[in-house]
Design a binder for this molecule. Structure first.
Ligand code: FAD
Ligand code: EPU
Length: 302
């Protein structure tokens, strides 16, 4: 019996991860697990910890670059019904970690519920948006998150109020915690006005970013007081390529993947950009996207 037998009908083996990411890049996950519910996930975490097998959660894969060698551990996807429900009570929303945020933000804006318009054009699940505090110049997701339910790696569940989550620019203090659900507090407003704001923000993104191309959004965080995109642009790198990866001509902080690209192409281009921006401006760029590297040698016993 292998360690994962009790999860067998929810586990896929050696599954290509590219199809689960916006980049469409990356090798296989040794195990891809779709838990039935939080208890099921807690059992898996306990077993994996015992076996010393790393576990990562993948949301909609919009902020990750997965290595061509894949991930030698368990990748969890919270796409079963138990994680994808939305319940509205007045201006409060209880949303599962697997809920797709963009359609939710659109629906809320149509119903005159304000607070999620800043997510127009940002692909994300609730879990991924909490971890990354997704947003931009128009606002951040953390602002509307009142509390979250978190599963710890030892299987315990806790409720974290807003202040404990530690929302900052494109990060939070979740650590190893897995978001199970979030409670959002929105504000009632005129539906026409909220919808117009949503549409304006979406238009801004469509005009200034290559939303139809394969990417993971902005590759680098903005250094304090500066725009990484503007720096890369001024360093003359728009259109620069490595293999089939290219610095977007529309927004220089996006690296887009063309047909036939590999994760390695994108990684090389990231190095090239950092080096050029360091040489030209003396600024060290820090990646915003999360790079998944293979973490452990394959076990031969399974
Ligand atoms: P993933 O990319 O799947 O994961 C991101 C991180 O969250 C990983 O560490 C993952 O392990 C973790 N995670 C996922 N689910 C959970 C969970 N349940 N519990 C704990 N951790 C979890 N981002 C912005 O902020 N602003 C933008 O304007 C923006 N524009 C974008 C435009 C495009 C075209 C694309 C492709 C991306 C853009 N991004 C933007 C990046 C991305 O949309 C955000 O980072 C988003 O929050 C990622 O959510 P996700 O569900 O895809 O998370
Ligand atoms: N700019 C250039 N050249 C470029 C790109 C931008 O000169 O190639 C200039 C713009 O003209 C503008 C300034 O840089 O004057 C800022 O550009 P923009 O408004 O596009 O904002 P940004 O700082 O580049 C941030 C977020 C985006 C978010 C937008 C809009 C980061 C790293 N990026 O971009 O988030 O969508 O604001 O809210 O914080 C993401 O995080 O993945 C992401 C795409």
């Amino acid at each position: 019996m292998s360690w994962w037998s009790e999860f067998a009908n929810r586990i896929e083996r050696d599954t290509p991860l590219g199809r689960h990411t916006w980049y469409r890049l990356g090798g296989p996950a040794r195990y891809l697990f779709r838990p039935r519910d939080a208890e099921d996930l807690a059992s898996l975490l306990t077993r994996a910890k015992h076996e010393d097998i790393p576990v990562k959660v993948l949301g909609s894969g919009a902020n990750v670059l997965i290595s061509d060698d894949g991930f030698d551990g368990v990748v969890v996807r919270l796409d079963n019904d138990a994680f994808c429900t939305t319940t509205r009570r007045g201006t409060s929303l209880e949303v599962g970690a697997g809920v797709d945020l963009m359609p939710l933000a659109r629906r809320c804006s149509e119903q005159g519920l304000s607070g999620l318009e800043c997510l127009a054009g940002i692909p994300a699940t609730v879990g991924g948006a909490v971890r990354m505090n997704a947003g931009g110049r128009f606002g951040e997701f953390g602002t509307v998150v009142r509390e979250i339910e978190v599963l710890r790696t030892d299987g315990g569940v806790e409720t974290w109020p807003h202040d404990r989550i530690g929302f900052q620019y494109r990060r939070s203090d979740l650590g190893d915690g897995i978001v199970l659900s979030a409670q959002l507090e929105l504000v009632e407003d005129d539906p026409d006005r909220v919808k117009r704001t949503f549409d304006d923000m979406l238009k801004y993104k469509e005009r200034s970013q290559p939303l139809a191309d394969r990417s993971a959004g902005c590759v680098f965080k903005n250094p304090v007081g500066q725009s990484a995109g503007a720096l890369i642009d001024q360093a003359g790198l728009k259109g620069a390529r490595y293999g089939k990866a290219q610095v977007s001509r529309r927004h220089a902080n996006f690296i887009v993947a063309e047909h036939g690209a590999t994760a390695s192409d994108v990684l090389h281009l990231i190095d090239l950009i950092r080096e050029r921006v360091r040489n030209v401006f003396g600024t060290e760029l820090e990646t915003e996207i999360e790079i998944w590297k293979p973490v452990r040698a394959r076990r031969r016993d399974e």
